[in-house]
Design a protein around this ligand. Structure first.
Ligand SMILES: Nc1nc2c(ncn2[C@@H]2O[C@H](COP(=O)(O)OP(=O)(O)OP(=O)(O)O)[C@@H](O)[C@H]2O)c(=O)[nH]1
Length: 306
């Protein structure tokens, strides 16, 4: 039995009612001319009536032609045959909302190819993903950061240090390590309180940060112990920097309302010459030995591992 006009009219109305009830954009656009042939009520309410206009004129802003992100090219294969459903995520240029777009090329009633898109608003999900990404990044940064000074912590020092040594070995460039430890720091805490001790550590960190290159890895690896690993740096160059640091620390004054103090440091230096290999642990052990010697020789001095 052939459907009559009334049946067809009723089924057209039924389909329109269904499409207009959806909480998603549904539209049909000519794949060649981009003319918008249909848009459901959700789309009309948000983007307006097509009135013979093209999809890029109705749905996007500031377009003078088809969008650079138009999905048409992926909806057809080299022979011009539909590739099936393609799912993309896009931020609409008119309302800045994010949409998941389910696009498909299909033959229209008159035989030409059209793009049918069903787009659902995923802005809340995108925002949640972004929040999660930021929280994850922050957690990672916190796990690598010394909370008092904001410097790398011990864990980060070992991770970054190993990468740095690896790179240096590959490039056959020298690396130097300075370990420094504040002198008689316990006395500062005991005599003037933990808060002034903390302030001293922060001051020392800022001074050191100020004197190094962005490629250097500076870390607080213990209570009052710091490590500075420098790529493309020789023993001689690191000695000059250690002297600068030593002088700057000694000149630095830390104050609270009642006292003004200064604090020196002892330094131990070790180095990896270009085109040689050494583990980070070995480099640290050598610098540590030199630091121990500096402490035992009266403090406020720099010793180099021979
Ligand atoms: N204020 C403060 N003190 C800390 C922190 N971490 C460790 N310390 C203190 O640093 C002091 C280190 O003391 P010691 O290891 O005896 O070293 P020192 O007094 O500097 O002596 P030398 O290193 O031999 O010159 C201890 O009193 C720790 O409590 C911190 O985060 N803040």
């Amino acid at each position: 039995m052939k459907p009559n006009d009334k049946d067809l009219n009723t089924s057209h109305q039924a389909v329109t009612t269904i499409l207009d009830s959806l909480d998603a954009l549904v539209y049909v656009a000519d794949m060649e001319t981009h003319e918008l042939l249909f848009i459901n009520e959700y789309g009309r309410k948000k983007w307006g009536d097509p009135a013979g206009r093209k999809c890029w004129q109705v749905l996007q802003t500031d377009q003078t032609g088809p969008c650079s992100f138009c999905t048409n090219p992926i909806l057809l294969d080299k022979q011009g045959k539909p590739t099936g459903v393609q799912i993309t995520e896009m931020q609409n240029t008119k309302n800045n909302q994010w949409y998941q777009c389910r696009d498909q090329a299909v033959p229209w009633l008159d035989g030409r190819l059209v793009r049918i898109e069903v787009a659902t608003n995923i802005t809340d999900r995108k925002q949640m993903e972004e929040d999660l990404r930021r929280a994850h990044l922050k957690a990672e940064q916190l796990a690598d950061t010394d909370s008092l000074t904001g410097l790398n912590n011990r864990r980060a020092f070992f991770n970054l240090g190993k990468q740095l040594l690896h790179q240096a070995e590959r490039n056959q460039t020298p690396v130097a390590l300075i370990m420094f430890d504040l002198d008689y720091f316990k006395q500062i805490n005991d005599q003037h309180g933990h808060a002034l001790g903390d302030l001293t550590l922060v001051n020392i960190a800022r001074i050191a940060e100020d004197k190094i290159r962005s490629s250097d890895v500076l870390a607080r690896i213990g209570g009052e112990e710091f490590a500075l690993l420098m790529p493309q740096t020789t023993l001689e160059q690191s000695l000059i920097l250690a002297e600068r640091l030593s002088n700057a620390f000694a000149e630095n004054k830390v104050t609270n309302q009642t006292v003004e103090i200064s604090c020196t440091a002892s330094f131990g230096i070790s180095a990896l010459e270009a085109a040689t290999t050494k583990s980070l642990d070995a480099l640290i052990a050598e610098a540590d030995k030199a630091l121990y010697l500096a402490k035992n020789s009266g403090r406020n001095q720099i010793k180099v591992h021979e």
